[in-house]
Ligand binder design. Structure first.
Ligand code: FES
Ligand code: FES
Length: 155
């Protein structure tokens, strides 16, 4: 079996994987980082979004071996110790979640959006979220949370 070595949330990790192992399964099953969710089998829901070398990626669309040598950040790596990332805090403050299943992927996608577009309009946010499905909230508060999170990330 191939061995992969990568940096996850700032720590070097390596392990043997089957060639067909998806990155999301490597993160959840080998590293016990279960904040990255699996919501579909069709690469549509976005619950599995992580950052690979700083860019948001659906981790169910990538093989673990393709991440060899990469820097990966999951939702577990976003907070600074006990202090939430500003985007996480904005989701909490603006009630940007209900069941929370979509939330890790939403937050990871949102941080990537804001890194590239520091003041996204409502339209920008809604377009960016096309790849992230939420079954509960109706998106309104998610959009508000992301715009507030964008402001907070400037500070
Ligand atoms: S689990 Fe990856 S997009 Fe749904
Ligand atoms: S909060 Fe339940 S799926 Fe989004």
């Amino acid at each position: 079996m191939p061995t992969v070595s990568l940096t996850v949330n700032g720590k070097s990790v390596s392990g043997e994987v089957e060639a067909r192992t998806l990155l999301v399964h490597f993160l959840r099953e080998k590293l016990s980082l279960t904040g990255t969710h699996v919501g579909c089998d069709t690469s549509q829901c976005g619950a599995c979004v992580v950052h690979v070398n700083g860019k948001s990626v659906k981790s169910c669309t990538m093989l673990a071996v393709q991440a060899d040598g990469a820097k990966v950040t999951t939702i577990e790596g976003l907070a600074n110790g006990a202090e939430l990332h500003p985007m996480q805090a904005a989701f909490r403050e603006h009630h940007g979640l209900q069941c929370g299943f979509c939330t890790p992927g939403m937050v990871m996608s949102a941080v990537d959006l804001v890194q590239n577009n520091p003041a996204p309009s409502e339209k920008d946010v809604r377009e960016w979220l096309e790849g992230n499905i939420c079954r509960c909230t109706g998106y309104h508060n998610i959009v508000k949370a992301i715009q507030a999170g964008a402001q907070a990330m400037k500070r």
